[in-house]
Write a new protein. Structure first.
Length: 690
């Protein structure tokens, strides 16, 4: 049993069969202990832990509290440079702050703890997370939605899938579906099965069912070598393989139809893989595999589908192009916008697309629907390339105009295709959809998502609590050498014009206060920023961008641990500097980059916008007005890029297989941020609603 996984994904824990004897006082003590993390046990869970003995309860509670500590970031000691933060920063002069910083830079010493006592934290801004009891079958049911997802998995999702396979070994086949719909997940599951369930004939059967193309074989080889299965990066180094592994990959490739053409899509990677596969050694057994790899080695690339499409688009030969695109409906949907713009008769293009729209995947149709519903022209065209590192590029929207009736018909085609598809699923009955779900995006691509306390989709808007103070926090520990990570908050107005920043070089201003710069963390270090939201709003600030910068340029993936988050505080001078029960979210910073933008606050809408983005070069806080690069670009992209939202997705499902209810009490199925199917149930949404 993995209580960490169960608690994070379902807010449930498993209680083993106990021998009894725990007193009501001991149970009450357990309830009080988890309350320190903003959690409460449900009444059924309290009854179950009452069946444990005192020793059983002690060890069970120790495990649960350990999970809650790690989730909130309370498993480590937090002591900022100014131990009595924020009082010492508020009262110190600029000269004293400067001298303290210089002494630290020269000696690496920190200020000693003060003897000032702090009053207990004021009540009011704590999360009421209810933890329910869960059974072993409920825990085991976590695997199927993950591997049945129709979009990419995050690093944490993948780790949970691998945990199941490694722990259950051959018994995992009773939990796995016969086929895995998403190709990247096929490679990850196949790799884990090969490495952990060797010798079981069902592994070969699973691979035969789930490997359909040469690229599937390549992804499997990449996964076995710990590479990026999205194939967005070409950094995988293939190592020597056992003969059994070489035969397996060549046999799978040999059974692929049109393998030679497919191999050419990733010819250079196949050349590198061939160096360890040695296909010539098995020329008699797997001749088609050898032929395909030989074509890649000789660069015998046939005229590709993409090159033909681009040529016809450039020549505006749309009548010739549309039948070609119909052969690949997904590509047709991706290129529909540009095809319509270059067509003299867009209605004929839409007729052709409507014929194949039912064959387009749900994620692509949802993205197209959001795209055509967005206002024209877009304030910014932003692009997030596929890969394990989330980044954004942007350009001005200078595309040709599309008539409103063309956009409206495109939207109808997408809606009708989705409603028809969803109608074949199990009826939902009477459904209530909370309108606030329009603030949450559909989980379409999670491969670059970081592990966090609340699993959100990039661009989603989480309501901020009714509080005056927000405390940002950062914790890290040195890697192979001295590591200096800096926490900053940059302030922008409603027009994305930079106003001020609170950082290591400017500890206070605009209602923000920094806890002091620490440049060495052999035992770990913390930095905090307090934000007085009332003062910021009066100063004309709308957006607060949180930035985490590796000043010593180590990528976060090379650090033992690094995480950040935010707390809601009724009063910054009460309670400990780090109070677990005031933590609203915590995110692991582990990307292969030096700058991370985890979240943005919209003070006008009182929303926390989930960003989870990275930069590859230093952020520049000045001269960002009308600058489509760096932090300003990230902020504009988050605000302006159209994304499919959960209200739209669930509305399509209700239209297809349910009926609307006026309230949650009248509904059999509830879609809401805090009950029923929530935006945080990403594995269920990806597997059951896409």
């Amino acid at each position: 049993m993995n209580q960490d996984m169960f608690l994070n994904r379902r807010s449930k824990v498993h209680v083993p069969v106990g021998t009894g004897g725990a007193t009501r006082a001991q149970v009450a003590s357990a309830v009080r202990e988890v309350a320190a993390f903003g959690c409460v046990f449900s009444e059924p869970l309290i009854e179950q832990i009452g069946t444990l003995s005192p020793i059983e309860l002690k060890y069970w509670l120790r495990e649960i509290v350990g999970v809650l500590r790690r989730e909130n970031g309370a498993h480590l000691h937090h002591r900022p440079f100014y131990p009595d933060f924020p009082e010492q920063v508020l009262t110190a002069s600029e000269a004293q702050l400067y001298l303290n910083a210089v002494l630290h830079y020269l000696t690496l010493q920190r200020l000693p703890p003060t003897e000032n006592s702090r009053p207990a934290m004021l009540e009011g801004n704590c999360i009421a997370r209810v933890i329910e009891p869960g059974s072993i079958p409920e825990f085991e049911s976590l695997l199927e939605p993950l591997v049945s997802a129709r979009t990419s998995l995050s690093e944490r999702d993948t780790a949970d899938v691998v945990w199941f396979i490694r722990k259950y070994k051959s018994d995992v086949f009773r939990l796995l579906p016969d086929t895995v719909p998403f190709r990247e997940i096929r490679a990850q599951v196949g790799s884990a099965l090969i490495q952990n369930v060797a010798g079981d004939a069902r592994v070969d059967a699973f691979l035969q069912r789930n490997v359909e193309t040469a690229t599937d074989v390549l992804r499997l080889a990449v996964a076995l070598n710990g590479g990026d299965v999205s194939l967005a990066t070409a950094s995988t180094r293939f190592t020597a393989m056992k003969r059994s592994m070489r035969r397996l990959l060549l046999r799978l490739l040999d059974h692929v139809p049109n393998a030679a053409e497919d191999v050419m899509h990733h010819a250079e990677r196949w050349k590198r893989l061939a160096e360890v596969l040695h296909p010539g050694d098995y020329a008699d057994k797997y001749p088609r595999a050898l032929t395909a790899i030989t074509a890649a080695r000789r660069n015998e690339a046939p005229d590709s589908f993409g090159s033909r499409v681009e040529t016809l688009l450039a020549q505006r030969q749309i009548a010739t192009l549309t039948p070609i695109l119909q052969n690949r409906p997904g590509e047709f949907a991706r290129r529909l916008d540009v095809t319509l713009r270059r067509a003299t008769e867009p209605e004929s293009v839409l007729d052709a697309f409507e014929a194949v729209a039912p064959l387009v995947s749900s994620p692509i149709l949802l993205q197209l629907l959001a795209h055509v519903r967005a206002p024209r022209p877009l304030p910014l065209r932003a692009f997030t390339p596929k890969g394990a590192f989330a980044k954004v590029y942007g350009v001005q929207d200078r595309r040709e105009h599309l008539a409103p009736e063309v956009l409206a018909r495109t939207a109808r085609i997408c809606e009708e295709a989705l409603v028809t598809r969803f109608a074949s699923l199990v009826p939902l009955g009477r459904c209530f959809i909370d309108p606030t779900l329009r603030e949450y995006n559909v989980p379409l691509a999670q491969r670059a998502s970081s592990k966090s306390l609340l699993t959100l989709v990039r661009g989603s808007r989480l309501p901020m609590p009714d509080t005056r103070f927000i405390r940002l926090f950062l914790w890290w520990k040195n890697g192979r050498g001295r590591t200096d990570i800096d926490l900053s908050a940059a302030f922008f107005d409603a027009n994305f014009v930079f106003k001020q920043t609170v950082a290591y070089y400017n500890l206070k201003g605009f209602g923000g206060y920094h806890s002091g710069d620490i440049v060495d963390a052999p035992q770990g270090a913390s930095e905090f920023i307090d934000l007085d939201l009332d003062v910021l709003v009066k100063m004309g600030v709308r957006y607060v961008v949180t930035s985490i910068n590796s000043y010593t340029e180590q990528p976060y993936c090379d650090l033992p641990e690094c995480f950040a988050g935010w707390m809601a505080r009724a009063d910054v001078a009460s309670g400990e500097v780090f109070e677990p029960r005031s933590v609203f979210d915590r995110i692991d910073i582990a990307s292969d980059t030096g700058i991370c933008l985890p979240f943005v606050m919209d003070l006008q809408e009182r929303r926390m916008i989930w960003a989870d983005l990275g930069l590859t070069s230093s952020a520049r806080w000045n001269n960002v007005q009308n600058n489509l690069s760096g932090v300003s670009l990230m902020l504009r992209a988050l605000v302006h890029t159209p994304k499919p939202d959960l209200e739209t997705l669930f509305d399509l499902h209700v239209r297809a297989r349910g009926e609307r209810a006026a309230s949650p009490q009248q509904a059999e199925t509830v879609f809401s941020p805090d009950q029923g199917i929530t935006p945080f149930d990403t594995d269920l949404i990806r597997s059951q609603f896409l």
